[in-house]
Design a protein around this ligand. Sequence first.
Ligand SMILES: NC(=O)c1ccc[n+]([C@@H]2O[C@H](COP(=O)([O-])OP(=O)(O)OC[C@H]3O[C@@H](n4cnc5c(N)ncnc54)[C@H](O)[C@@H]3O)[C@@H](O)[C@H]2O)c1
Length: 400
Amino acid sequence: MTPVRVGLVGCGFSANLHIHGYQQLGRERCQVAAVCGVPKSDAEAFAEKHAIPAAFGSMDEMLAAVDLDAVDLAVPNYLHAPFIIAAAKAGKHVFCEKPLTGYFGDADTPEDDLIGKTVPKRKMLQEAGRRCEEVLKAIEESGIKFGYAENWVYAPAFAKLWRLAKTAGGTVIRIEAEESHSGSHADYARQWRTSGGGSLMVKGSHPLGAALQLKRWEGEEKLGRPIRPASVMCEVGNLTWIEAFEQEKEHYLRTGWRDVEDWGIIVVKFEDGSVAEIKAADTTLGGVHNYLEAYLSNARIRANINPNDSCVAYAPEADIFEPEYISEKIETKGGWTFPSPDEDWHQGYPQEVADFIAAIIENRQPVSGAALAREVTLVLYAAYVSAEEGRRIDLKPILG
Ligand SMILES: NC(=O)c1ccc[n+]([C@@H]2O[C@H](COP(=O)([O-])OP(=O)(O)OC[C@H]3O[C@@H](n4cnc5c(N)ncnc54)[C@H](O)[C@@H]3O)[C@@H](O)[C@H]2O)c1
């Protein structure tokens, strides 16, 4: 078997999550043959750390110099659509981080423009929809495999939840899911121009993606077609802009959100009448808080993605466990904690990468693909319209 040759685009936080997945597959199945990043010196440092043979300062240079089968896009959100289209045109399979695309301003919007405060969300929805169609057209015309890096779809607890739900056979009448923590580390997440939205976009896309996928699977199993979202309602807010909070001397929560929300809630109604309650926040202490609970007509199943209690520890002082890793974004290692034995595995990162490579080898599309990616983007932007206009948005004319 000839190994699949992957080029990593980006060498930051999420590239670090993906590289371990490729390495675990073994060099006879897959090789990360090159990496690029900005500045190039970051890519060179990443290449040295992970024994990647070549490093570049741009995707174009990398594609021109190295013979690759696929690219992995671990770059800021506003670069996803143009990079997918360029890679597809070059005939490369694409694995792309969430979201598929969004609205990041127009060609003449200045870098520092706070479009989240000025541009109507309805215009954003229209533009995001247009970009989704461009991306899907490029994927379809090139015939590439497209993997949407929604790790929740691959997280072992969620995969088990689906197997239990399928076996139970009851109707999934309600889904409740959340992704929250004390605030994104990355600067791009603080401004709409680079992130395409706030907590709902950056974090809520995960529980939303998993909830939409669950109803897709349920529909395919029982009806031979996905059960689609029919309408959406939403509220957003900036809890770190509350005056009393701003006046506090010490902040444990990250601040600096410029024109994006740091909290949001979406209610999706599906065409069969079932509902999903999706929450996201950058205002939650205690580490990453990721779960999905499915309420069936004959069962109730909860997938704890992070934290989970496969290991529980106590230390009377925070430094007792130093320098051992506990889990993502906890503020202290003191008191009771939930040390993750393998956080990447629990969150589905090696599994999503393994499915992408398997899809290329087996000549099929990955489990998490373009249809889910498009649906997540459009439901999210329709949710922003709902929050701005204060009413329920019908998704049928938007999703088709
Ligand atoms: N699935 C998850 O759990 C998860 C977690 C974090 C981030 N993400 C997603 O991953 C993506 C990247 O986020 P991150 O946190 O890794 O950001 P980051 O800032 O840590 O890394 C971004 C990388 O993009 C590279 N880059 C920027 N401009 C570039 C260009 N023009 N050409 C090539 N490379 C370029 C930078 O060199 C950097 O290495 C985002 O889309 C985000 O939504 C997903």
